[in-house]
Write a protein that binds this ligand. Structure first.
Ligand code: ATP
Length: 237
């Protein structure tokens, strides 16, 4: 059994009076891909944003590499190797592809040229468009750029929020293939997805969220075969 890299323990997160997470717990082990699934509004993005330091839990704790990190802001967590690819990608639209990738390495004195070359190898499409303004890229290219930018920060834990959102199936497949490759290179991944079939095909384990609570957990294969998951998230009877 590999070591636990991230342990989320009974966290509650509120938006004013609304309790978006009602005390959820899960763990991510070193080297795993873990998927968080659930319908709209279940709390997936809230969970991801809490792990990445954008939100603070009102109760509970988050432990990463054996130290407590809840309450530490996102820009400091990047220094611990927690890199977040937010929902909706959020590339810097007026900067070029090249400049966006360099921004991902801001925690270092200068971007690592070997890593830069490797990211372009993973995403040849970005290399072709290296001087293009990021805001003019297609949705799929922007997603690739957002992931590439996060990789430039040398993540130990990569947080991906709905990487498939709004993208054509072929692009989704390419992106998931690259996530698989990045994971094989040693990066641990926590992925939030509405696209349960794709995410569970990739994930070692998954957790299903429903209105701020975890209602189901299992290996990717177990969840894919689970009748409740099939009915609710794979559109089957
Ligand atoms: P989706 O797949 O639609 O993005 P999700 O599972 O990621 O959904 P969250 O975005 O985490 O869900 O939202 C969880 C709950 O918290 C929802 O009821 C949502 O309306 C509420 N919520 C999210 N952000 C805010 C906010 N800034 N202010 C108030 N309520 C919020």
């Amino acid at each position: 059994m590999s070591d636990v890299l991230l342990h989320v323990d009974e966290i509650e997160v509120r938006y004013g009076a609304i309790k978006a997470l009602k005390g959820i717990s899960f763990e991510v082990r070193e080297g795993e891909v873990v998927a968080l699934l659930g319908a709209n509004g279940a709390g997936k993005t809230t969970t991801q944003q809490t792990v990445s330091g954008m939100l603070r839990p009102s109760l509970g704790q988050i432990v990463y590499e054996g130290r407590r990190i809840d309450g530490i802001p996102a820009h400091e967590l990047i220094n611990l190797g927690i890199c977040h690819v937010p929902e909706g990608r959020r590339v810097f639209p007026r900067m070029t592809v090249h400049e966006n990738l360099e921004m991902g390495a801001f925690r270092f004195k200068r971007p690592d040229p070997k890593l830069f070359a490797h990211v372009l190898e993973l995403f040849p499409r970005l290399e072709e468009r290296i001087k293009q303004q990021a805001g003019t890229l297609s949705g799929g290219e922007q997603q690739m750029l957002a992931i590439g930018r996060a990789l430039m920060g040398k993540p130990r834990l990569l947080l991906l929020d709905e990487p498939s959102m709004g993208l054509a199936p072929l692009i989704v497949k390419q992106i998931f293939d690259i996530v698989r490759e990045v994971n094989a290179e040693g990066v641990t991944v926590l992925i939030v997805e509405q696209n349960a079939a794709q995410a569970l095909g990739l994930a070692d384990r998954g957790y299903v969220l429903e209105t701020g609570e975890i209602v189901l957990t299992g290996t990717g294969r177990e969840l894919l075969a689970d009748d409740r998951v099939r009915a609710a998230y794979l559109g089957e009877e």
